[in-house]
Design a protein around this ligand. Structure first.
Ligand code: UTP
Length: 407
């Protein structure tokens, strides 16, 4: 029995094969012991089971989902925009900007929103988002609330950056920040990684937990007091992202859907975006990394499904509240994870472990219905995931230039 170690905790670590975490326990100060025990007690070991469970998930009855085509939205634009602008004006829409990611593929040490997409002048990605938010707010005559999800790693710099730039013209009192929750990381065998003898490697737990994190930070009252009925949840790394798009909002409200997803026709079956479809007659999104597994299962065909999601969703607040009691699937993502072990700090050259993430795509399956709203790629989808090549700084700049942006 180790000194000052909670018996239940020791038992739990043994049960989950995590005894290695205690190898330097006796060398820790009392303060370190206390802090580390608290961190270990907070670990939800169930996530590892949930990850395994998800990897065995079967898709029995997949079918294409009806698409609300872009041509139709164009034709009905007046009616849709009137409904959408009315909802924004009445304060029924809140935007949620997902900014908690670490942008590992981009290899940029700050928050992605701060990345300069300009060529001859400074154009931070945030400025494009806030510019469009300002336009909509002005058209609707309402500074609708904007909730910004950050992580403990980038909260301070994002807040400081936006304040320094006066929120690029947006009304500061309408902007709120909340931190997302964190999850531990493991090696390829499932052993938890440490950052030091008395701390774990923790990383943001994916973009799927945005609603529970928002509730955890006490914002549900704010949401209700403001009369927000819908969240428009978007990824910050799409530089053409249209947030609070009145047409999209109008279409989802008019069609009486429980949620909406902006979707784009996939360039090829291998494009790395989640495929939208129906599973057991419910809306669903199958992530691209799942598709490889499914292709091997002969009973499943995804050939007729041609549309993918761009991470721009509308979710009804009351529907989101129902998801609070449900556990979302957990995905294991292979990553390079620096770690401390046996007195050494290691920076790996290759992927050496897993991070555990929940994804916003999995919320779609929790909704009774989802309007799959087609957008045109050249107008609305330029994700910045890498420096060069597909979905990169390079490709995003080309798309912005093609639309007449001065970079
Ligand atoms: P990605 O899944 O592409 O992750 O995020 P990322 O962190 O930007 O990049 P990689 O995978 O490390 O290279 C899609 C959107 O979800 C947000 C990101 O900030 C981005 O807007 N996100 C991602 C979060 O808010 N939290 C997370 O834990 C992960």
């Amino acid at each position: 029995m180790k000194s000052h170690l909670d018996k239940t905790l020791e038992k739990r670590l043994n049960e989950y094969g995590q005894e290695h975490l205690l190898s330097a326990w006796e060398d820790l100060s009392e303060e370190e012991m206390l802090r580390f025990s608290e961190e270990l007690l907070a670990v939800d070991f169930e996530i590892f089971e949930r990850a395994k469970h998800f990897e065995e998930k079967t898709y029995e009855t997949l079918a294409p989902i009806p698409i609300f085509y872009a041509a139709r939205a164009e034709k009905e634009q007046n009616e849709l925009e009137t409904i959408g602008l009315h909802a924004i004006a009445e304060g029924k829409i809140g935007a949620v900007l997902l900014c908690g990611g670490q942008g590992t593929r981009l290899g940029y040490s700050h928050a992605k929103g701060m990345f300069n997409i300009g060529l001859t002048k400074e154009i931070p990605i945030f400025s494009l988002h806030f510019g469009r938010l300002c336009e909509v707010a002005k058209r609707a005559g309402n500074w609708f609330p904007v909730y910004i999800m950050t992580s403990v790693f980038n909260r301070e710099e994002i807040e400081a950056f936006l304040q320094e730039h006066s929120f690029f013209g947006y009304e500061p009192s309408a902007v709120r920040f909340f931190n997302q929750t964190m999850a531990p990381a493991t090696d390829l065998e499932g052993k938890l990684y440490q950052n030091s003898p008395s701390s774990l490697v923790l990383s943001p737990d994916g973009n799927g937990g945005w609603f529970s994190s928002l509730v955890f930070e006490g914002y549900l009252n704010d949401v209700k007091e403001n009369g927000v009925e819908w969240f428009n949840v978007i990824a910050i790394d799409n530089v053409l992202q249209k947030t609070a798009d009145p047409r999209f909002i109008g279409a989802v409200i008019r069609e009486n859907a429980a949620s909406g997803a902006k979707v784009v026709k996939k360039i090829s079956p291998d494009e790395r975006i989640g495929l939208i479809c129906k599973n057991n007659d419910r809306p669903a999104v199958i992530e691209y990394f799942e598709l490889d597994r499914l292709k091997k299962e002969k009973s499943v065909s995804t050939e007729e499904m041609e549309y993918g999601v761009i991470l721009n969703y509308l979710f009804r607040v009351d529907e989101m509240e129902k998801t609070l009691s449900l556990k979302l699937p957990v995905h294991r993502a292979r990553k390079k994870i620096p770690y401390y072990r046996d007195g050494e700090y290691v920076k790996p050259e290759t992927e050496n472990g897993f991070k555990y993430e929940m994804l916003a795509t999995d919320l779609v399956e929790r909704m009774d219905s989802c309007l799959a709203y087609e957008i045109l790629r050249e107008h609305e989808f330029a994700p910045v995931k890498n420096r060069t090549g597909i979905d990169s700084v390079e490709s995003a700049r080309e798309m912005l230039l093609a639309l007449g942006y001065e970079l």
